[in-house]
Design a binder for this molecule. Structure first.
Ligand SMILES: Cc1cc2nc3c(=O)[nH]c(=O)nc-3n(C[C@H](O)[C@H](O)[C@H](O)COP(=O)(O)OP(=O)(O)OC[C@H]3O[C@@H](n4cnc5c(N)ncnc54)[C@H](O)[C@@H]3O)c2cc1C
Length: 387
């Protein structure tokens, strides 16, 4: 069974190379890290050295200048190989904000260094404990004082904060009651976490190895030149990157679904009980087949979204639907995989329970399924806004 893209896939070669790289990081590597919630430094270094994390950085800044579908192919293959791109995927979509809204000086300062692997831009500080999905209610403030901003507040679920040099931070520069629209008055900053004072990072232990953290800002100073774009327009800049983020996360879910399904089908053929392979029983075979069909449907929508994105068209519908359907497909494939393996599905050495925990996240983050349904209801079907 070949679940990879067809021979006409423009990224077939990249996929092949990513699979080769991932083969150097087998299940044992991820299991050991998982048990101590360690960061896959060697894996991230290998991806960086091969240029994959700079896939979307234009060639003029030292990156590969690939289209979004190239980055999606990389992340999908990482997941389909049993590895975990969550350790580094954010760099691919965060740097888009610098690319689209940064000044020439900021692009020249950061993008080549990121492409070379000298700087890591892996941390994205948007979510806060009190505001959650209601982003414009966030409470972190940035107050301008001469040639700097003074930041106070807190973020939560800032993944990879301990393993990143830079953080893209969203903070309020004008109080919510002083702006015409609540989406105004928010600004985006590049925070150099290596030198920032008044910054405290506390890891949160979660059900999977995700290196996510709480981050506290206590009069943290950021040079005014680190403001991205125009003050007060930061929410729009974050929204601009969301379709790309959703399509990339969807690609990861498709990769997970392929990994689970390949495992399920192989085991269902080889495990013999009652004198025949368990996969001969429709009760075992059908959930695997159904999850496969779900994955293929999600994949088609994601491909459509990627093509629209690359043509510069609005791909909000496909990015949202693709992310939701791909996250559901990977979960269905994971469920089928656990059931197919019976008790062995729970044994760590099979990696299934690890991948099962890892893929569950994507129904909640970076955007929950409810909020995707709200988007479809409101923006695609024209029904009233529910919140
Ligand atoms: C492991 C992990 C890593 C993460 N990494 C990052 C990161 O790097 N950077 C970052 O900024 N954030 C990150 N997040 C945060 C993530 O984006 C949020 O958890 C997610 O958007 C949901 O927000 P919340 O947890 O605040 O839930 P809440 O907003 O409190 O929502 C709780 C529930 O209510 C539902 N809900 C809320 N409002 C509505 C509504 N109007 N209609 C219907 N249902 C609604 C939601 O769907 C959800 O099911 C991460 C989260 C996790 C768990």
């Amino acid at each position: 069974m070949d679940m990879h893209q067809s021979a006409t896939d423009p990224h077939a070669e990249i996929r092949e190379e990513v699979r080769k790289l991932c083969a150097r990081f087998p299940g044992e590597y991820w299991r050991e890290l998982d048990s101590r919630r360690g960061y896959p430094t060697e894996f991230v270094d290998a991806l960086t050295e091969s240029g994959y994390l700079a896939a979307l950085i234009p060639e003029e800044f030292g990156g590969a200048g690939l289209p979004l579908s190239g980055a999606a192919a990389i992340l999908e293959e990482i997941q389909a190989s049993g590895c975990n791109g969550a350790a580094c995927h954010a760099q691919m979509y965060i740097m888009g904000t610098i690319l689209r809204h940064g000044s020439q000086a900021q692009k020249a300062q950061y993008l080549p260094a990121i492409a070379e692997g000298k700087l890591r831009l892996q941390a994205f500080g948007v979510t806060e404990p009190t505001s959650g999905t209601d982003t414009t209610a966030l409470r972190t403030t940035a107050r301008r004082e001469g040639d700097k901003y003074v930041i106070n507040g807190q973020k939560i679920w800032t993944s990879r904060a301990e393993h990143s040099d830079l953080m893209l931070l969203l903070a309020r520069t004008t109080p919510r009651d002083q702006v015409a629209k609540k989406t105004e008055g928010l600004s985006t900053f590049i925070v150099d976490m290596r030198t920032a004072k008044g910054l405290t990072i506390r890891p949160i232990r979660t059900m999977m190895n995700h290196n996510s953290c709480e981050v506290f800002f206590d009069n943290m100073e950021v040079p005014a030149e680190n403001l991205l774009g125009t003050e007060g327009k930061g929410f729009r800049y974050i929204l601009d990157g969301m379709n790309a983020e959703r399509l990339l996360i969807a690609a990861e879910c498709i990769g997970d679904a392929k990994w689970f399904t390949a495992r399920s089908a192989a085991y269902a053929k080889e495990r013999v009980l009652f004198g025949r392979p368990i996969g001969q029983n429709q009760g075992v075979q059908f959930p695997i087949a159904k999850a496969y069909a779900q994955m293929r449907a999600a994949e088609a929508i994601v491909q459509k979204g990627l093509a629209k994105f690359e043509r510069g068209e609005n791909c909000g519908e496909e990015a949202n639907m693709g992310k939701m359907l791909a996250a559901e497909a990977s979960w269905a494939a994971g469920e089928a995989c656990v059931n197919t393996h019976g008790g062995f599905g729970f044994a760590e050495e099979y990696d299934i329970e690890r991948k099962f925990r890892e893929t569950r996240l994507y129904q909640v983050a970076p955007i929950s399924t409810n909020l995707i349904l709200s988007y479809i209801g409101e923006h695609v079907l024209g029904m009233p806004r529910s919140y």
